[in-house]
Design a protein around this ligand. Structure first.
Ligand SMILES: CC(C)(COP(=O)(O)OP(=O)(O)OC[C@H]1O[C@@H](n2cnc3c(N)ncnc32)[C@H](O)[C@@H]1OP(=O)(O)O)[C@@H](O)C(=O)NCCC(=O)NCCS
Length: 182
C-alpha cells in the first residue's frame, strides 16, 4: 500500500527499509513503549525475513516518511473479524510531539475504512488499539486527538522483556465514530 497526504507518506515496507527498521527495533529507547527496553536484539537477516513475511497480505508492515525521510513505522493486522489491529511508532524522536502522530493515524484509519481491496473482503467496522499504562502521551493523543473510546484496562496482563508486569489500556473506534468526528 502507499498513501500520501501533504508531506506524509505511509507505504509498505520493502527490504530496502530493513537496515533502518533493524536499527530502530534493536534500540531500547525506541522499543521501550512496546515492552522491549533492551531492544529486540534481532539480526538483519531476521528483519528481512520479517518484512518478507508481510508481502502479499492484506495485513501490512509499513514505513512512515515525512518530507522523504524515514521517521517511523506502523503495522496493521486484519484477522477477518471486521476489525483492524494497528500499531505505530514515530521512531525519530525529533518528529515526535510535533503533531504528526494524529495526522498519520487519521490517514491510516481513512485508508483502512475505505480501501476497496480490504473492505471488499472484510468490511472494516472498527479499529482496535491499545497502549501501555505508562504511555500517557499515547493515551492523551488517542482520547483527545483521535477520539478513541477507552474500553478498559488489563492490569498486569503481560511480562515485558525485563520480567516486569505491564498494564494495557484498550481503545476502540468505530467507522461511524471516525467519520462523524471529522
Ligand atoms: C504516540 C505518538 C503516535 C503521538 O504522536 P505525536 O505526533 O508525538 O503526538 P502530538 O505531537 O500530536 O501530541 C502529543 C501530545 O501529547 C502530550 N504529551 C507529551 N508528553 C506527554 C506525557 N508524558 N503525558 C501526557 N501527555 C503528553 C503533548 O502535550 C501533546 O498534547 P497537546 O498537543 O494537547 O499539547 C508518537 O509520539 C509516537 O509514535 N511515540 C513513540 C511510539 C509510541 O508511543 N507509539 C504508540 C504506542 S501505543
Amino acid at each position: 500500500m502507499r498513501i500520501r497526504k501533504d508531506n506524509i507518506v505511509i507505504r509498505s515496507a520493502t527490504i530496502n527499509d530493513a537496515v533502518q527498521l533493524n536499527k530502530w527495533w534493536n534500540d531500547g529507547k525506541v522499543m521501550e513503549h512496546a515492552g522491549f527496553p533492551r531492544g529486540l536484539g534481532e539480526s538483519l537477516e531476521d528483519t528481512i525475513k520479517n518484512i518478507r513475511g508481510w508481502e502479499g497480505k492484506l495485513s501490512q508492515l509499513c514505513v512512515i516518511e515525512i518530507d522523504g525521510k524515514l521517521v517511523g513505522e506502523l503495522n496493521y493486522r486484519i484477522k477477518g473479524d471486521n476489525a483492524v489491529y494497528p500499531g505505530w511508532k514515530i521512531c525519530d524522536f525529533s518528529y515526535q510531539n510535533q503533531g504528526y502522530g494524529p495526522k498519520i493515524i487519521r490517514m491510516l484509519f481513512e485508508f483502512l475504512f475505505t480501501d476497496e481491496a480490504i473492505n471488499s473482503k472484510f468490511p472494516i467496522e472498527k479499529i482496535v488499539l491499545d497502549t501501555m499504562l505508562e504511555n500517557k502521551r499515547a493515551q492523551h493523543v488517542y482520547e483527545n486527538k483521535i477520539g478513541a473510546r477507552k474500553i478498559g484496562i488489563r492490569k498486569d496482563c503481560w511480562k515485558d522483556q525485563n520480567g516486569k508486569l505491564r498494564t494495557v489500556v484498550d481503545y476502540e473506534l468505530s467507522k461511524e465514530e471516525f467519520f462523524n468526528a471529522r
